[in-house]
Design a protein around this ligand. Structure first.
Ligand code: SF4
Ligand code: SF4
Ligand code: SF4
Ligand code: FES
Length: 950
């Protein structure tokens, strides 16, 4: 159990090869050059009073509380803004300093409400602490003069309150918003006595550009900015360090607890992925974990038209196992399978694939990573030799040119986006390739050098034309290629991309991007000292997703941008554990560590450890499971923490497949869309209720720690174990650390990983083994994992999904900051105030042609189906392209997406669907059926609750 108070050294750390030695209060201390006197003193254990300084922000020097005496220096300099110097002699405590500090404090307190006992910050207010530290006993000025005590509160943000009567105008909030978050939503308005903190131009927080990251709340030394949860629940008693369960950034948090209740989530300053920062989801959107929609009792039923029946765990597990065994006896060993989740821990995911391979006796296991980053695995493995990103997030601080392709970091990976924006504000160049104008293209103090606004579906044409410029304009890093890459493959690739058909001028007709822009972007990236590529699902979710990943790797190798800090090829993983679910052997053809099931040696290793014979043929991928189900060959499915009925493309095809199965077991927190087609519901546990690990987009393995008991009685790994034992394959783990020990025994890249080691180091980036005992922040240094880097040819093949007179627009999809994936978690939080429905973005020209105005209901029809959404008319999208998010099931975004998929991995082509949009006045037929079905299914759960209560 850890304390809730974190040490604050006053100013940020400096890294310098040069060390400076000085004397503070008679003690010698040596620190890196550039360190402040305040930090040097704090490192010695001497606490100089402070208010406007914190080690999360650059010093500002406004409060004058931290004054010190320095021998030979006139006056009393502020220790937070004074850098150390060799031989400096500093005095931090004497009567003169104490008097001055008391005087400063007296002024602050004379304009501050004295409601300490009832103040939510009581006990952790720095103003209160400092009044004590400087020994303030009386305020001579009285409280009657002009003051700010009646200033009005701003309660507009659902998660925090702003009470300006308590503000000391230290500007920490403004600097946090500028430096940490990079949104620049706050200013100090006016001067002198009238100066005050103001969101934007004197509007409320909700009406300003604020994205509710909470950095200002964390920075505030008083109760001016306070979490509402803290006001409601009071001070926490202890804290537990854990990892955010939302996106692939993997931010570390201290869950501040009062008994079994989370008071607030505070980003961990020692978090290696987030360095004390967070976004609105991780910090605030945890209400879903205790939402009344949580199902906490197991349920079973014979048919999906039957009401649910609440049963004991024993009965539910016995029923599920008997059904699975019955199906296998009747339809054969391969008639059942399992789906793991990128939202579950590594240990849970590992157990599900083990259950399928060893317990079910087949390889029919797949993961939701199939529908997002499977092309990353394929493309990077075949070119660089490892299926993962090459860098740490911190590496971006050394990038000179940042190339973002098909990713929207400010919405999808907000904390990393803040770090990226910091580097961009320092002057790094920026290229964005995206059909839509994402926020990063133009944001305060940042403007992309090039926005390559390509047509959806033409990524490969674009990457080939960029490569064409590199090879034909002499921009190849010849030495790197000669030493590090397979030269024959390079020569073939060079000759291919140099062909005129790949020139920017020829490809302009395909991509829609002016050739001059492509040439400028290629030159900028190729001539940068360090060029770094970051990409997302806008690269992978295409019929040529794997080809594009290979094209990106080719470009990085040709320009020598691999194998050191500041460069690399970096897939931004959508969900918290996409990397981990792939690492853990969730794909039907691979054991943990990306080793093919047909490899006799590897199979023997697993057979030895698991004590059972294993299949040597790959099993079914998710789309093949659906096909087999519709053919009558696949009848049983165990789904842990994944909602295929909402997240997979062509919803009607998916639901037809689900309806044709005889036993679907869903393990989840809520009655999600897939659970409406289930026969067994096993209530799962949230990330707060279990131990384990997540692996983020930089291969960083971080601990998830249990802060409360599982609401339904079991953590997910325990449920899988119960099911495994019931189907006849024994599992006897007593803690997830034992599962990780087994993973480490079987997986060469994890040999050095254990819970003990994670506790010691904080987090570990795999590979972690004898050669890399503390992990590997940067990959491919000196040599590629596969030896020599391999260039692969990337012929552009247009998608089959064509626009025509019936479907003249292209629909592409993406996500938004406040919601997450299928929305099951964030929709059950206050985050809905920012986004309570999916909307269709449409260009004003297309809208006008169709008589569509802002807010109108629009029917969107594709070859797969149709749905209805409200319109947002915006120039963010280009003419001919429409865009929507997919966070709300009733929107049915995936009713429209088709079965087209990546040629190598079957990753769906979510990003390109030919559609027509028309103004309508009522929901689509699918939406009407969806609503009826949902009401019926929800009633079945209510009846089960009511029956159980009788
Ligand atoms: S709101 Fe808090 S952090 Fe901001 S200026 Fe006021 S006291 Fe300082
Ligand atoms: S919550 Fe974040 S974005 Fe909003 S004002 Fe505070 S620091 Fe800025
Ligand atoms: S950036 Fe991602 S990991 Fe970090 S707090 Fe936000 S959702 Fe969580
Ligand atoms: S802490 Fe140094 S001036 Fe405020």
């Amino acid at each position: 159990m850890q304390s809730i108070v974190e040490q604050d050294l006053g100013t940020p750390a400096r890294s310098s090869a040069k060390t400076v030695t000085l004397n503070i209060d008679g003690q010698e201390v040596s620190v890196p050059e550039g360190t402040s006197v305040m930090r040097a003193a704090a490192l010695l254990g001497s606490k100089i009073p402070k208010l406007c300084a914190t080690d999360q922000l650059e010093a500002f020097g406004s409060c004058r509380l931290c004054l010190v005496q320095i021998e030979g220096v006139k006056g009393l300099p502020a220790s937070c803004t004074t850098p150390v110097a060799e031989g400096m002699k500093v005095t931090t405590q004497n009567k003169q300093l104490a008097d001055v500090r008391r005087g400063v404090m007296e002024l602050y307190i004379s304009d501050h409400p004295l409601d300490c006992l009832t103040c939510p910050a009581n006990g952790h207010c720095e103003l209160q602490d400092m009044a004590g530290v400087v020994g303030l006993r009386e305020v001579r000025y009285g409280y009657e003069g002009a003051n700010h005590l009646v200033a009005e509160k701003d309660e507009s943000n659902p998660y925090f309150t702003f009470d300006p009567s308590k503000c000391i105008v230290c500007s920490r909030c403004v600097r946090a918003c500028d430096e940490q978050q990079g949104t620049l939503a706050l200013t100090i308005q006016d001067r002198g006595f009238d100066s005050k903190v103001s969101p934007s131009q004197n509007v409320s927080f909700m009406d300003s550009e604020c994205v509710s990251c909470g950095a200002c709340v964390q920075a505030c030394p008083t109760a001016t900015l306070s979490e509402k949860s803290l006001i409601d629940k009071g001070q926490a008693e202890h804290s537990v360090t854990t990892t955010c369960a939302y996106c692939g950034v993997g931010c570390s948090f201290r869950a501040e607890m009062k008994g079994e209740e989370v008071v607030r989530m505070v980003p961990n300053k020692d978090g290696h992925a987030n360095h004390g920062h967070s976004c609105v989801k991780g910090r605030f959107a945890i209400g879903y974990a205790t939402h009344s929609d949580r199902i906490t009792k197991p349920m079973i039923r014979g048919k999906i038209t039957d009401p649910w029946k609440e049963v004991s765990w024993e009965e539910a597990i016995a029923y599920a196992a008997s059904e699975l065994k019955r199906i296998q006896e009747k339809y054969g060993r391969d008639s059942i399978g399992g789906i793991t989740s990128s939202r579950c821990t590594n240990e849970e995911t590992y157990l599900v694939q083990k259950l399928v391979r060893a317990g079910f006796g087949n390889n029919n296991v797949d993961t939701c990573a199939r529908v997002c980053h499977s092309p990353t695995g394929y493309g990077l493995k075949n070119t660089l030799g490892e299926s993962a990103g090459t860098q740490s997030f911190d590496s971006v601080m050394k990038a000179d040119v940042i190339f973002v392709i098909g990713a929207n970091p400010t919405d999808g990976h907000p904390v990393f986006a803040s770090q990226m924006k910091r580097r961009l504000r320092q002057g790094a160049g920026l290229i964005v390739a995206d059909p839509r104008r994402i926020d990063l293209v133009r944001t305060p103090h940042i403007a992309a050098n090039q926005h390559l606004k390509l047509r959806p579906g033409t990524n490969v044409a674009l990457i080939n034309s960029l490569a064409h410029v590199v090879v034909t304009e002499g921009l190849v890093k010849e030495e790197f290629v000669r030493e590090r890459c397979e030269i024959d493959s390079f020569n073939r690739w060079r000759d291919f991309v140099a062909q005129e058909k790949n020139s920017p001028e020829t490809m302009e007709a395909v991509t829609g991007v002016p050739a001059a822009d492509v040439r400028a972007a290629a030159r900028l990236y190729a001539t940068a000292k360090n060029g770094a590529i970051y990409y997302g699902l806008g690269v992978t979710e295409h019929s040529q997703g794997s080809t594009m990943v290979m094209g990106i790797a080719n470009l990085a190798m040709a320009t020598g941008n691999i194998g050191r800090e500041g460069v690399g090829v970096n897939p931004l993983r959508g969900q918290n554990n996409v990397q981990g679910s792939c690492d853990m052997g969730s794909f039907p053809h691979e054991f943990p560590g990306y080793r093919h099931v047909s490899d006799d040696g590897v199979r023997k290793l697993f057979e030895g450890e698991w004590g059972v014979g294993l299949q040597n043929e790959p099993g079914l991928r998710i789309p093949n499971m659906f096909e087999a189900a519709l053919d009558g060959d696949f009848k049983g499915l165990y789904i842990e923490g994944e909602d295929i009925a909402q997240s997979d493309p062509n919803t009607q095809h998916v639901t037809a497949a689900l309806t044709s199965m005889e036993c679907i077991i869903v393990q989840d927190l809520f009655l999600n869309e897939s659970a409406k087609f289930a026969h067994v519901f096993l209530p799962g546990s949230s990330f707060l209720e279990k131990d384990g690990t997540f692996t983020n987009a930089e291969r960083r393995i971080s601990r998830v720690r249990k802060v409360m008991k599982p609401k339904a009685g079991y953590a997910d790994w325990e449920i899988t174990q119960l099911l495994s034992n019931a189907v006849g394959y024994p599992m006897t783990y007593t803690h997830p650390s034992e599962i990780m020990d087994e993973i480490a025994r079987l997986t060469p890249t994890f040999t050095g990983v254990s819970f003990e080691r994670l506790d010691e180091l904080g987090s570990i980036q795999w590979p972690c083994n004898a050669g890399h005992p503390e992990g590997t922040p940067t990959m491919h240094i000196g040599e590629f994992v596969r030896g020599k880097g391999r260039f692969l040819l990337t012929e552009y093949v247009p998608t089959h999904e064509k626009v025509n007179a019936r479907f003249p627009l292209i629909l592409t999809t993406g996500r938004i900051l406040s919601q997450y994936n299928v929305g099951a978690q964030t929709r059950r939080t206050e985050n809905n105030v920012w986004h309570d429905e999916d909307r269709l973005e449409i260009h004003p020209h297309d809208a006008e042609e169709r008589g569509i105005a802002e807010g109108d209901w629009v029917g969107i029809a594709s070859r797969a189906g149709d749905t209805v959404l409200r319109a947002r008319v915006t120039e963010r999208v280009q003419p001919g392209v429409v865009y929507t998010t997919f966070h709300f099931p009733e929107s049915g975004a995936n009713v429209i997406t088709t079965d087209n998929s990546d040629w190598a991995t079957n990753c769906p082509e979510y990003k390109v669907t030919a559609v027509q949009a028309t103004r309508v006045s009522q929901p689509s037929e699918w939406q009407k059926r969806f609503r009826e079905f949902t009401v019926a299914q929800e009633n079945f759960v209510k009846r089960a609750n009511a029956d159980a209560a009788k």
